[in-house]
Design a protein around this ligand. Structure first.
Ligand code: FSO
Ligand code: SF4
Length: 540
């Protein structure tokens, strides 16, 4: 196997024996094959569009789900992934029949085999199949951006929001990744174009979320526990949460959020559910201890899943893109709903959660809530009460080096405000960093996809202060990344013209020295050093 798509990749080079995430070589191979056949299918859909034919929404959804399945910590189930390869090949065969010409289609568009041939093919189509290090780097950078974009599209799609132009772009880009005639310059341009569509994808999801569930608002979220048995829901899928809350009404079972589901509490629509109890635990990587202590069932709606301990494996359920062998998967039914009865029935037999902590988290500072207090914010900037904003969005992870972000947050001067989104917030959101004239010093916009809100806030400030360039604002970017959704957020920020982003705790292993050089020279992207030095560099 060879995988270097996430920040925790072995030795900051690549996982070759087994994933640091727990991904086994057979699973890695099946994911490589799934990416390959998805690119092949995308070459066919792109040809169909060029011939003036329509591509069904189901095919677009199949492609986005395939990409989502291969994101870090989403799916460890080899059989489930093989089933997706088969389904993709079947759909492709059908679509190929509708083409006027198959001339010049790449091998991936024409390849087909039974499951017996999957392993042999997978061994030939992995990341290292591209020999030139820079072309490989750009191809993977784009692939990871598209994976992140697919995750966000999937969340918008389940709420009934579609933007076919995004699908058409993503599929044409996937097809281009099979084209050996594209140069490094072509692929660099495609990387930046991916960022443009990343903005559109996040805008679509923002619209879907806020039109369906209302605009996030200032909210205090309980961290303690109640007396009833509970279900812990994790991941990013708000539709799954809504269905679970509906189905648990009157059952005596409470619902707690975990990890990236925390921001669900900020949406007005979810506040009516009395059994929506609070948030339990921290970011994804602490789940082994925390899921054990929860005592009840856990529903993983997206990544990040850590392969479970035997002690709670029978309480872990997956759904959507996630999968773990030996854990029950709640499938989507033909009518678009999910039946969470097995999860609820199990909860009724379980003890209430063991309390981990008490207190509250304050959040809900997505664009509308911040715009509502914009006068106050502008006043604070003008008076000098706020000297600088620091965007500290992104992901958390298990590496000790990420303690840097806690220390950085603590070391920030009192006249700075942290803007955050994503699970990176768990490194400092419980620190009680105080407020500036009633404005909390940590403003949490929501999930990683809500980084879009942070971009809107920056653009709004630029407008209010009458600036030409978003980089003239007193905003520093110190972003923590882990998996591929962070890649699309980064590309989106680059598209919006944001410069001098610091990326840590390490730079992506998939950036070759030459590709990294392009990013440094054109966008001022840099790594992190020590807290002291970085505070000097970014703040003072
Ligand atoms: Fe975190 Fe995991 Fe949201 Fe990621 S839970 S690391 S960037 O999946 O998606 O922030
Ligand atoms: Fe390694 Fe990350 Fe790939 Fe898992 S996702 S195999 S940890 S690079």
């Amino acid at each position: 196997m060879f995988c270097y798509q996430c920040q925790e990749t072995a030795g900051c080079k690549g996982c070759t024996q087994i994933g640091v995430c727990g991904k086994k070589p057979e699973v890695a191979a099946m994911q490589d094959l799934l990416i390959y056949v998805t690119k092949g299918l995308s070459a066919v859909t792109t040809r169909l569009r060029a011939e003036g034919k329509k591509v069904a929404a189901e095919v677009n959804h199949l492609i986005t789900l395939n990409l989502f399945v291969t994101i870090t910590n989403a799916n460890f189930d080899q059989e489930a992934i093989a089933a997706r390869v088969k389904e993709t090949l079947a759909v492709k065969t059908e679509l190929l029949a509708g083409l006027e010409t198959r001339e010049n289609l790449p091998d991936a568009a024409l390849w087909n085999d039974t499951e017996d041939g999957f392993a042999a093919k997978a061994a030939k189509v992995g990341i290292l199949a591209t020999e030139n290090e820079d072309i490989r780097s750009l191809r993977e950078l784009i692939t990871y951006g598209l994976k992140g974009l697919a995750a966000y599209q999937k969340h918008a799609n389940v709420l009934g929001y579609e933007n076919e132009a995004i699908d058409a772009f993503a599929q044409s880009a996937l097809a281009k990744l099979l084209d050996d005639s594209l140069t490094g310059d072509d692929l660099t341009a495609l990387t930046l174009e991916t960022g443009k569509w990343g903005v559109d994808g996040m805008a679509l999801l923002d619209k879907a979320n806020t039109e369906t569930y209302g605009n996030p608002e200032l909210t205090q979220v309980d961290l303690g526990v109640r007396q009833n048995p509970g279900i812990l829901i994790s991941g990013h899928d708000l539709k799954d949460l809504e269905m679970l809350l509906e189905q648990t009404q009157g059952t005596g079972v409470d619902v707690y959020t975990h990890g990236e589901m925390l921001p669900a509490h900020y949406y007005p629509k979810f506040k009516k559910y009395e059994n929506f109890a609070g948030n339990y635990g921290n970011a994804w990587w602490k789940q082994k201890e925390e899921f054990e202590a929860f005592n009840g069932p856990i529903l993983m709606t997206t990544n990040c899943v850590v392969p479970p301990k035997a002690s709670y494996q029978d309480r872990l359920f997956t759904t959507g893109a996630t999968g773990v062998p030996g854990c029950q998967h709640i499938a989507l039914q033909a009518d678009g709903t999910k039946d969470f009865t097995p999860v609820i029935d199990l909860a009724k037999k379980c003890a209430a959660p063991t309390e981990l902590e008490q207190g509250k988290i304050v959040g809900g500072f997505a664009h509308e809530q911040v715009f509502a207090v914009a006068d106050k914010v502008v006043e604070a900037v003008k008076s000098g009460a706020i000297k600088k904003f620091v965007v500290m969005a992104g992901c958390d992870g298990r590496m000790k080096s990420r303690d840097y972000y806690t220390e950085f947050a603590k070391a920030l001067p009192q006249d700075t405000v942290i803007l955050t989104a994503g699970c990176a917030k768990y490194k400092y959101i419980k620190l009680d960093l105080g407020d500036i004239g009633g404005i909390p010093r940590v403003l949490d916009a929501g999930q990683c996809n809500d980084s879009y809100s942070l971009a809107l806030i920056a653009l709004k400030l630029k407008e209010v202060f009458g600036l030409e360039d978003v980089n003239e604002l007193p905003i520093a970017y110190n972003i923590a990344w882990y998996e591929q959704k962070a890649v699309i957020v980064l590309l989106a920020l680059l598209h919006l013209g944001v410069k001098n982003i610091h990326l840590g705790p390490t730079l992506p292993a998939f950036l070759s020295p030459n590709v990294a050089k392009v990013l440094v020279e054109n966008f001022g992207i840099g790594g992190i050093t020590t807290v002291e030095e970085d505070i000097k560099k970014m703040i003072q």
